[in-house]
Design a protein around this ligand. Sequence first.
Ligand SMILES: Cc1cc2nc3c(=O)[nH]c(=O)nc-3n(C[C@H](O)[C@H](O)[C@H](O)COP(=O)(O)OP(=O)(O)OC[C@H]3O[C@@H](n4cnc5c(N)ncnc54)[C@H](O)[C@@H]3O)c2cc1C
Length: 460
Amino acid sequence: MTIEPRLPPWWWDEAGSDEPAPALAGDVAADLCVVGGGYTGLWTALALKEREPSARVVLLEAATCGAGPSGRNGGFLHGYWASLAALVPLLGRGPAVELARAGERVIPAVRALPDDVWLREGGMLIVSAAPAQDAAVDDAVAAAASVGVPEQAMPLDGDQLATRIRSPAFRRGVFFPDGATVQPARLVRALRRAALQAGVDVREHSAATRIRDGDVATAGGRVRAPEIVVAINAAATGWRPVARHVTNFGSYVVLTEPVPELLEEIGWTGGEAVLDGRMFLHYFRTTADGRVLMGSGSGPIGFRGKVDERFTGDVATAARAERGLRRLLPGLADARIERAWGGPIDVSADHLPFFGTVPGRGRVHYGLGYSGHGVGPSWLGGQILASLALGLDDEWTALPLATRRVPSLPPEPIKRLGGGVVRSAIMACERADEEGRRAALPARLGAALPRLLGMQIGTR
Ligand SMILES: Cc1cc2nc3c(=O)[nH]c(=O)nc-3n(C[C@H](O)[C@H](O)[C@H](O)COP(=O)(O)OP(=O)(O)OC[C@H]3O[C@@H](n4cnc5c(N)ncnc54)[C@H](O)[C@@H]3O)c2cc1C
């Protein structure tokens, strides 16, 4: 029987909590008001203080910093080399490589934090666990070779893969050196401490209830600031300026008890973060105390941007994560699941985050759409948003994350209904493929729809 998903995630228990910051009370003036205390908001506040130490920065967080996905994710920390196969056709060769090069700065930025965030620089693997997943491996290898960086995506045949992690389910893989894992809640706590240390005025339990040009209101007060950054991630998917480009999907993880001896047996001791080649992928990693986290990006789709229990209480998706664990890593068949939890993923129409300034509304900037890959990219997001707030035209605002035209998704309710049909069809096909059978025709037709319409679906 699968364990029911619930909050808080185990990461919070392990990281412990700091003294909460006071809620906003009364009127405050600032140079910048950041709304949202996840990685994006915290990196933005830090980047701004680094560049303008005397700037007055207020950060408003609805609950406590890290209450959202930043405190509950899988902790895969990487840039964009593993995404090249999708980036080159989307952005063109030059901009794709430029973005991947910028992403190389993510891990060093985390390494430079003074606190221990369980940074483990073991690289990342994509493994194929079914014939239809071979392409994910082969395309990643080919894309890196085609732009002259074969060292960023090294092919591994079955035997080579088995030297890093052994499973009868794995056919082959690709290794990306630019990959690491962190303890997500430790990372958010480290950023919060660094922000406080830098003089950022952090206010928790202070949800923004209205954002206007130069003015952010909460239940207890207001911040008057010429520059405003909205970094509320999934909570922004119903917000008019961005709603057309983004929707929410659920992602869930299960975490085992410590099983260091089983990890030894399957040879998975190098700390690699691992993804399979599914569209609704499995992601799995080890922890400093020998646990295994297995995630499934196959959770429910949101509706009209609401962040509700679909993203925290879906037993079926937690069960899929556990099934993935048992199928992909049969050597861990006896590992007991200790905790399961979930959260929303802000999926953009082209699966890349986007950053900009709301037209005609003064100086309100936004960034979201990480599509299940925000732990590393939120650092880039922080640099971009700080530059936008400072009115700069620089290397950050020139990145495709801030300059490309983001495609639109269909309006609601088509977005939810169409997305639901396609999601079920793809999941049926991926399951059939893993079981060595051919999916039924309606499922195959449904799964082909996004490609025919030139759209992407799935969580990454
Ligand atoms: C289960 C799961 C696993 C994941 N695994 C990975 C992974 O391994 N690697 C990876 O790269 N990415 C992963 N992600 C995605 C990653 O967690 C996110 O992309 C990233 O945390 C986004 O950070 P953020 O600061 O933009 O958003 P958030 O962490 O959501 O922060 C936004 C904050 O805004 C606050 N807020 C909302 N509304 C308001 C308001 N009105 N006023 C004030 N504050 C408000 C929220 O409380 C929240 O704290 C995963 C996500 C989930 C759910």
